[in-house]
Design a protein around this ligand. Structure first.
Ligand SMILES: Nc1ncnc2c1ncn2[C@@H]1O[C@H](COP(=O)(O)OP(=O)(O)OP(=O)(O)O)[C@@H](O)[C@H]1O
Ligand SMILES: [Zn+2]
Length: 722
């Protein structure tokens, strides 16, 4: 009897072997169930071994094979590779792949009711209301019809018995409509057409190829990669296309753009999906029927049947790094995935990551440049406002220069966007009496004041309390004071300065759920808002034609904290924000308030000299042997008490293997020192580029025997450093 080697989505070190019973067809990659411990569990057949592998062994049987296309070999290889790279159990990675396993079964069904046109024998008031609702809404469930007509669902049953309604059993999860490659797109400019041609040629000839679309904001990067998508759809009727976006950029606006271009909505994948939509997308992906998937980073781990093109829009974005559980960077993983699938991968950005630029220079990626915005649209002028010379008034945040520009903009009937990457009213609350800074109990995380809700909130842990009347430390009454600006406080300032302006705040607090976001975006597009004050949620993907002034309230805030990418990230975010201005005919400008106008990131921003900035960055990193010129990994230990974690950390460091050129720093407090009641310490490991740091970390972690409540995780290429 042949043997199936099965991987389960559990943190187990290896797969297990099972016998394939007579009469059961089990292909490689099949989704199966098999007994493990007390339960039958879902797993994946990694490979089929010859009969000899089972000889003399007492193996349990595979129990059930799901009626779904088997997982491709390239997907299985990707799982094993990703586990090795991230120093995780393969079963842990498989768990991410099987996140909506309900999609393995067929769609659930429900009963809907149609009008038959036949008159009921007796027509009551309730019955005619219900028939009217059925007429208006079309086929619906009894519950939905009854609710719409405000009658009991018994009325539906009664009408069905008289023959006025006909019941039909239908599937709840419908397939996605087939996108069409041949609808007209934008008429491309010469430079756009050249870039599109290179992409479509690579898609047409097949095979692995990595591109970078390096194009200024608003240059039409989306229009260009649309052409590659169209080509992939056209070439291969089974090809699947994955478009990754930062979660925050997955707005209705971009979905609508896809729908307009391809005549059908793409299959979505992000953290806000309902269970039903998650199951639906997953099923359609596995069966190969979802042709275009648009999703956040975890969409990379879906088990596509035939993935031929991956787009990573805003490839520099920090949200592609997953920090929890299996830590990975979706951009880097996507390139590997494309290699295994022999697919084309396209990174797009106006401010590519230094890592990506270096890869392009080394010829690993083909760089396609878009230097201009199409039509009359121009890049905004960026001007630094030196706050040391002309500061705002005390306890105010807008400089006279910015205020004047806002007033001119309002008078011209145009819109202003003020950017401040801080939610709430004030980022810090202190007691005037005793000087205490309010923190989440047991941690070093400050509480942020939110006036809108009257609460103090921790943005790290989510801890929140109503704002106390007295100081929790010294008991003084009315002594708590918010320090520094958040978007709510800046809005307050603008309201006083410009009482006639229509002002709105756009942050994750005011944009809970897609509907609210759409409301603000729509109103901004329609010109119903004069001043929009927003966090990074406004920085990406929006096209506001009448927006001509962008004000950056505090350009320095992102520079603090000693993070190796702080300068790069500040440059990226600010040029992204500035790029919102002047996207239509009217020219735009950006005023950037800073106390450090000679910082290289600020100077480069003002000169629109991105490459000069990257050159300085790369020199610094090359000098220090930091990524991409060296490698980093982190190990995080956590335990219920600080004493315990410190003690274990000493033992852990003594076990670190020696390696040529490898340096281990720490233990030090982790970026988030206390999380969910656990104290965290971190080691940072630095190695030359040619060292396999994953293998080094695997050797180290295999040596450790950690006491029970202590947990350990490895982060290859860490991104947070505080
Ligand atoms: N060739 C073209 N003809 C007409 N309109 C175009 C053309 N190219 C781009 N546009 C329009 O210009 C705007 C910006 O294009 P797009 O969003 O594709 O740029 P982008 O480079 O992806 O921008 P960002 O960097 O902000 O993400 C869009 O409204 C788009 O429809
Ligand atoms: Zn006090």
């Amino acid at each position: 009897m042949p043997v199936a080697r099965i991987l389960f989505p559990l943190p187990l070190p290896e797969p297990f072997d099972y016998a394939i019973p007579e009469g059961l067809a089990v292909p490689e990659g099949a989704y199966v169930t098999a007994p493990l411990g007390k339960y039958e569990r879902l797993g994946i057949v990694l490979e089929i071994l010859p009969d000899s592998a089972g000889e003399g062994r007492k193996l349990k049987d595979v129990v059930h094979v799901y009626d779904a296309p088997p997982m491709s070999r390239s997907m299985r290889d990707f799982i094993l590779w990703a586990a090795k790279y991230t120093v995780s159990h393969p079963g842990h990675v498989l768990g991410m792949v099987l996140r909506a396993r309900a999609g393995l079964g067929p769609s659930p069904t429900e009963t809907v009711y149609h009008l038959t046109g036949q008159e009921p024998s007796r027509l009551t008031e309730a019955r005619s209301r219900l028939l009217a609702a059925a007429e208006e809404l079309g086929p619906q469930t009894a519950t939905a019809l009854a609710a719409a007509a405000e009658v009991s669902s018994g009325v539906v049953k009664g009408l069905a018995e008289t023959g006025a309604l006909r019941a039909e059993v239908v599937e709840t999860d419908l397939p996605y409509a087939e996108p069409s490659p041949d609808l007209p797109g934008a008429v491309l400019t010469v430079e756009q057409a050249e870039a599109a041609e290179e992409l479509t040629a690579a898609v047409a000839s097949g095979g692995f190829h990595t591109f970078l679309i390096d194009g200024v904001t608003g240059s039409g990067k989306t229009e260009v990669y649309f052409e590659a998508i169209a080509e992939a759809l056209r070439r291969d009727p089974e090809a699947q296309i994955l478009v990754l976006l930062p979660e925050i950029a997955l707005t209705q606006a971009i979905l609508s753009r896809f729908e307009a271009r391809f005549g059908a909505a793409p299959a979505p994948w992000h953290s806000g999906l309902s269970d039903k939509d998650r199951r639906r997308t997953w099923r359609e992906v596995v069966h190969g029927r979802a042709r275009i998937v648009i999703g956040a980073r975890s969409a990379l781990f879906l088990p596509y049947r035939r993935l031929k093109l991956i787009i990573i829009d805003e490839e520099h974005d920090g949200s592609y790094k997953q920090e929890d559980g299996v830590t990975y960077h979706a951009r880097d993983m996507a390139v590997m995935r494309a290699k295994l699938e022999e697919a084309v991968v396209v990174l797009a950005s106006a401010t590519p990551a230094l890592e990506t630029m270096v890869n392009a220079e080394l010829g690993r990626y083909t760089r396609l440049q878009l230097a201009a915005r199409p039509g009359a649209s121009r890049l905004p002028d960026v001007e630094l406002v030196d706050l040391r010379r002309a500061p705002p008034e005390r306890n105010h945040w807008l400089s006279p220069h910015l205020i004047q520009a806002m007033q001119e903009t309002l008078e011209a009937g145009e819109q202003t966007l003020l950017f401040l990457n801080r939610r709430g009213y004030a980022p810090l609350v202190i007691c005037k009496s005793c000087g205490e800074r309010l923190k989440t109990p047991g941690t070093e995380n400050w509480l942020t004041e939110h006036r809108y809700t009257g609460r103090l909130v921790c943005h790290v842990t989510g801890y929140s309390i109503p704002k106390p009347k007295t100081c929790p430390h010294c008991g003084a009454a009315d002594s708590l004071m918010g320090v520094g600006p958040g978007v709510e406080r800046v809005a307050e300032e603008v309201r006083v300065l410009m009482p006639e302006a229509r002002i709105e705040i756009f942050s994750s607090d005011t944009a809970q759920g897609g509907e609210a976001t759409r409301g603000i975006v729509d109103r901004m597009e329609q010109g119903e808002i004069d001043v929009l004050i927003g966090t990074q949620i406004v920085a990406k993907g929006h096209n506001f034609p009448n927006l001509t002034l962008v004000g950056v309230v505090d350009a320095d805030s992102g520079m603090k904290g000693g993070d190796l990418r702080a300068g790069e990230r500040t440059y990226q975010l600010l040029s992204q924000v500035a790029g919102r201005a002047g996207r239509a005919e009217r020219p735009g400008r950006a005023l950037v308030q800073t106390y450090a106008p000679d910082n290289p990131a600020m100077l480069a921003l003002a000169d629109n000299n991105r490459d000069g900035f990257l050159q300085i960055e790369r020199d610094v990193r090359a000098e220090l042997g930091l990524p991409p010129f060296g490698r980093l990994a982190a190990m995080i230990l956590s335990a219920p008490s600080a004493e315990m974690v410190d003690q274990v950390a000493q033992d852990v460091i003594s076990q670190a293997p020696n390696g040529e050129g490898i340096e281990v720093f720490g233990p030090a407090p982790a970026p988030i020192t206390v999380l969910r009641g656990r104290h965290r310490r971190r080691f940072l490991v630095k190695a030359p580029r040619n060292v396999d740091l994953s293998a080094y970390m695997a050797v180290w972690t295999a040596r450790l025997k950690l006491p029970n409540p202590v947990r350990m995780s490895v982060d290859i290429d860490p991104y947070s450093f505080l």
